[in-house]
Design a protein around this ligand. Sequence first.
Ligand SMILES: *Cc1c(COP(=O)(O)O)cnc(C)c1O
Length: 382
Amino acid sequence: MTQRFRTRAIHAGQPNDPKTGAVSFPIYQTATFAQSAPGETTGFGYARTDHPTRRALEDCIASLEGSEFGLAYASGMAAINGVLALLRSGDHIVATQDLYGGAWRIFTKVYEKFGVQFSFVDASNLGEIRNAIRPETKLLWLETPSNPLLKITDIAAAAKIAKDAGIITVVDNTFATPCLQQPIALGADIVVHSTTKFINGHSDVLGGALVIRDRELYTQLKFYQNAIGAVPGPQDSFLILRGIKTLALRVREHCESAATVADWLAQHDLVSRIYYPGLASDPGHALAKRQMTGFGSLLSFELACDLETTVEFTRNTKLWTLAESLGSVKSLFCHPPTMTHASVEPEVRRKVGIGDGLIRLSVGLEDADDLIADLGRGFEAL
Ligand SMILES: *Cc1c(COP(=O)(O)O)cnc(C)c1O
């Protein structure tokens, strides 16, 4: 019988060390591996190509996403770059329009330079995906829930449209984590993670990962991983593997607190709009309920005030830390227009719906009542 998620998080890819019995997977702090004759290796040759601690991490993440094929990277952006290496000049990507600012940046500022073309669509509307597909389209790039507006895309339906057109579907699953959403089971070909976020979960390591549905695509991506070289070291691999062990427990608590915070915000006079798929009134609610096993702990809201007052709000809280990033034990919040999405041109931001009063919360594992009291403090002074 296949083991369940929480068991795999602790066991997949990380057996007790057969030599010493160590119950914690070793950090093999080495860059190269001895060969008994040229080409005769233990299976490991040079650490950029393959490394045992990294491999343990790769196998564990792959298992959690329901595949055998995982690759780990030095950051989420390195993982994204690893996917983009599949492309040639003239290729086209259809992507979620309100996506991670760094993904938008590498698409438009790095790969456009090499002749790759992009169309950004509201992927929660399948018609927009269908209309944007061209003969040169190679990838459909989805982020769901999206960033920062938490829109939900129907992964199964979108992946079917892509598959029928011979297009690879990529899902950035950083926000949902494999605990809440399993894109490969829904038809995606590649899952992207910034393991910096929930998977590691403690805001102390950068990392990224890909999980790939089939061996052939995995072999191509592994070639690029080695050729490009942005791999995590053994210490970082170990720390991420350590974080994974409590992923399911953390995510459950994260979700519960986020729902409490969302309910509180929904009552507040100064909040003109909330973006959170857990609210029954959210346009993505029914789909999220079907596609996910929980609503996550990211939520955004629009303050009914101008830019200056919104910035003032960010100064008034004590417990909430104003910082880029998300998915940490510590509650973080950010002002997307000036922080995570500052690299997106103002007119694009406005078109997408990222207003000046938008605040994004990543609800951490502190006591929810304390978090709410602190938000209250932020509002009081306005
Ligand atoms: C943070 C993030 C990334 C980039 O990951 P890094 O580890 O910061 O390089 C990509 N996608 C999403 C959704 C993210 O939140």
